[in-house]
Design a protein around this ligand. Structure first.
Ligand code: CMP
Length: 143
């Protein structure tokens, strides 16, 4: 079964959107298999966003993601990586469709509330970075 890494960023946490965002993933029918609340270290943030290291916004992005607590999650389900990206919406909330998390709740590319893995390799890398294997719960809903 496919898994993806989802993080509610400091702006989402501070605006009290964590419950709303988790509800959208639950009601879609995905299964939560990992959840933690932490303020990321610079090392973790730099590793997480390593692919953007040369971009002009990298330093600001790392400053922001380490500025407060984050809700880090792993969600499981058929096609969850692509489906979660649809639920989340375009990177820039100004371009995100109404009905998506960023389209409904965000208004700024630097404060876009949530992160979701963009491909299977990224999901594997990000899950391994944020979670130890024993922190993930292997379970199957029975209803
Ligand atoms: P995320 O999905 O976490 O992946 C990379 C992040 O970089 C992205 O969301 C944005 O928060 C951020 N980002 C991308 N482009 C820009 C930009 N032009 N200016 C500031 N931040 C950006």
């Amino acid at each position: 079964m496919e898994r993806t890494f989802i993080a509610i960023k400091p702006d989402g946490v501070q605006r009290g959107l964590a419950g709303e965002i988790i509800r959208r993933f639950e009601t879609k029918g995905f299964t939560l298999v990992g959840l933690k609340f932490l303020q990321p270290s610079r090392e973790l943030a730099e590793q997480h966003y390593a692919v953007h290291k040369e971009r002009p916004f990298f330093a600001g992005l790392v400053d922001f993601i380490t500025s407060g607590p984050v809700v880090a999650m792993v969600w499981e389900g058929d096609g969850v990586i692509a489906s979660a990206r649809k639920l989340i919406g375009a990177t820039n909330p100004l371009n995100a469709e109404p009905g998506t998390i960023r389209g409904d709740l965000g208004a700024n590319i630097g404060r876009n509330i949530i992160h979701g893995s963009d491909a299977p390799e990224t999901a594997e890398y990000e899950i391994g970075l944020w979670f130890k294997p024993e922190e993930l719960v292997n379970w199957t809903p029975t209803i």
